[in-house]
Structures are given as structure tokens and as C-alpha cells.
Design a protein around this ligand. Structure first.
Ligand code: NDP
Length: 285
């Protein structure tokens, strides 16, 4: 069967990986990027080069955007006729801005499908890669087969903000975890232990974290936080030790300090004997 032709605007590492997968899957693909040279290798692989963003948009109804944020979309699409177009924006953004963008695009006769790509450039198209989508269901259904080339499409609902809310929730954990790993490594190195020597312990620690997820979910959804095996008071004391160890080693204590502050506030709110999952109660306001 004929593969849907489409246009990709934005050829950073992610856009380039997506175009390569679309070409491999047989989709006629038109490309455009602000810095034109980023299209060269893709054109050599068979992509059609559009001279301007307007030409790229005119070429196909289905537009896939991979830009820094939604302000970049406004720049790229300024003054371009969007009537009848489907904009699948896979750029990172706050949920609120995606909702505003959907209204602006609707005013120009275009539909928006918001996507959050849960894969890095190397993982695009890999069986473990998936993409959160939100926006009109029928728009998603119409294009799900083509979009599956990037990663397994996971449709969340009609609210345009949903895909970016879950994407940012995942990036929240990801970015904080990466920073925490570097912080732990800095502590080890301050004692003369190289990152490579510390690495196996770190890997073990990080891989056991997922073990906590089902229990966390159960406690948070039920609102009950039994602290049978470990209490917020005990873990709050440990959080203070991480801060103390960091300060003594001359290492920025901002990250563990933020964690300690959550424990302090949970304990002050009476959760000292509860599980650490009671921290969820002080996260709001
Ligand atoms: P890059 O920052 O490398 O590329 C950004 C793209 O946006 C480039 O094509 C750039 O054009 C374009 N751009 C930015 N601002 C403007 C503007 N004002 N006008 C026109 N074009 C503009 O990003 P990535 O490819 O790494 O990422 C793309 C999106 O995917 C981001 O939102 C990112 O958060 C997300 N993402 C990235 C992942 C990764 O591992 N890299 C993983 C998952 C999601 P130019 O080439 O001219 O600078």
C-alpha cells in the first residue's frame, strides 16, 4: 500500500533520525530546516528538499515538527498558509502553551496533534521507543500508522496539554535523576574514588529504583502511607547527612538541599512516622 507522504520541519538530531526512519519505511518525505545544511545528508538518502518553510508546508498535508519549542513553530510557520494541514508537533513545551497553540492553529485552518517523544535520537524507531500523543482522536487515528515509524504511538486523550504533561513528568524524573547521579559521583570523587570505580554501585542503585514504583503508586493513589519499614523521620535525617557530606566536601548542596526541605516540611506537617511517600502531601503549594 502507498505510504503517506509527509513533511518534516526541524532537522536537529531528532528530526534527522525521524526522517531517516520515514525514508526507510517508504514514506515520501519532504524536509526543511532553518540551517539548510542540516538537510544535506537526508537529501542524499532520498528526501525532497524544500527551499522555504512555505514550500515544505505546501508539499504535504501531514507536517511533523521537531523544533526546540513552540515559539520556534510560530517562527517557522509565520505567514505560511496552513489551511487543511495536520501539524504533529513533537517539540518539548509546557502543556499550557500547547493548548494555546492548538487554538491559534485552528484559527488558521490547521489541526494540532501534540507529541512527546520518549526516546533519544539513537532510539527513534526502536521497538522500545514510544510517543505520547494528545489532541483530536480522529486526527490521531488517521495518522497513527505513519507515526508508528517514530515509536509506538500512545494516545492519551483529546486535551492537547496531556501529552506534554506526561512528557514533562517523565523528563522531571529523568533530568533530576541524571543530576543526582552526577552529584553522587562528585561526592565519591571528593574522597578519591573515580567515577569508573563508583559506576557499578551507581548502576545497581539506579536499577533497583524501579522496584519502588508500584508501592509508591499504591500509597499515593490510596492516600495511605504506612511507614512500616522506613519512616520519613529516618529518611529526613539521612537527607540532612547528604547535605552535610556535600557541604563538607565543598560540593554544591542545592539538589540534596531541595530534597531535605521536602522531608523537613513533611515532618513538620506530622508525617514523621509515615512512609516517604507522604512527601507527596507537601508538593502542592
Ligand atoms: P536541536 O536543538 O538540535 O534542534 C532544534 C531544531 O529547532 C533545529 O532544527 C533548529 O534549527 C530548530 N529551531 C530552533 N529554534 C528555531 C527558530 N526560532 N526558527 C527556526 N528553527 C528553529 O534539538 P533536537 O533535535 O535534539 O530536539 C528537538 C526536540 O525534540 C526538542 O524539543 C527536544 O526537547 C526534543 N527531544 C530531544 C531528544 C534528544 O535526545 N535530542 C529526546 C526527546 C525529545 P537550526 O538547525 O537552524 O538551529
Amino acid at each position: 500500500t502507498a505510504k503517506t507522504p509527509l513533511t518534516v520541519l526541524g532537522l536537529g538530531p531528532m528530526g534527522q533520525a525521524m526522517v531517516t526512519r520515514f525514508l526507510d519505511a517508504g514514506h515520501p518525505t519532504t524536509v526543511w530546516n532553518r540551517t539548510p545544511s542540516r538537510a544535506d545528508a537526508l537529501v542524499a538518502k532520498g528526501a525532497a528538499r524544500a527551499a522555504t518553510a512555505a514550500d515544505a508546508v505546501a508539499a504535504n498535508r501531514l507536517l511533523v515538527l521537531s523544533l526546540t519549542d513552540y515559539a520556534a513553530m510560530d517562527d517557522v510557520l509565520a505567514g505560511v498558509d496552513l489551511a487543511g494541514r495536520v501539524v504533529v508537533n513533537l517539540s518539548s513545551e509546557t502543556p499550557g502553551k500547547t493548548v494555546e497553540a492548538a487554538a491559534r492553529l485552528a484559527g488558521r485552518g490547521a489541526e494540532l496533534l501534540v507529541g512527546g517523544v520518549m526516546a533519544n535520537a539513537e532510539m527513534v524507531g526502536h521497538p522500545d521507543a514510544y510517543v505520547f500523543y494528545s489532541g483530536p482522536r480522529e486526527v490521531f487515528d488517521r495518522h497513527a500508522d505513519a507515526l508508528a515509524v517514530i515509536g509506538r504511538p500512545d494516545y492519551l486523550g483529546a486535551d492537547h496539554g496531556l501529552a506534554q504533561m506526561l512528557y514533562q513528568a517523565q523528563l522531571d524524573v529523568f533530568l533530576t535523576s541524571l543530576a543526582a547521579m552526577l552529584h553522587g559521583i562528585a561526592l565519591a570523587r571528593s574522597a578519591g574514588v573515580s567515577a569508573e570505580r563508583f559506576a557499578p554501585y551507581l548502576s545497581d542503585n539506579v536499577s533497583t529504583l524501579s522496584m519502588y514504583v508500584p508501592g509508591i503508586a499504591k500509597h499515593v493513589d490510596s492516600g495511605e502511607h504506612p511507614g512500616d519499614l522506613a519512616t520519613t523521620a529516618m529518611m529526613g535525617a539521612t537527607a540532612a547527612h547528604v547535605v552535610g557530606a556535600s557541604e563538607a566536601a565543598g560540593i554544591d548542596a542545592g539538589l540534596p538541599g531541595a530534597v531535605k526541605s521536602l522531608y523537613d516540611r513533611a515532618i513538620a506537617a506530622g508525617h514523621g512516622k509515615d512512609s516517604f511517600t507522604a512527601l507527596v502531601n507537601v508538593l502542592r503549594g
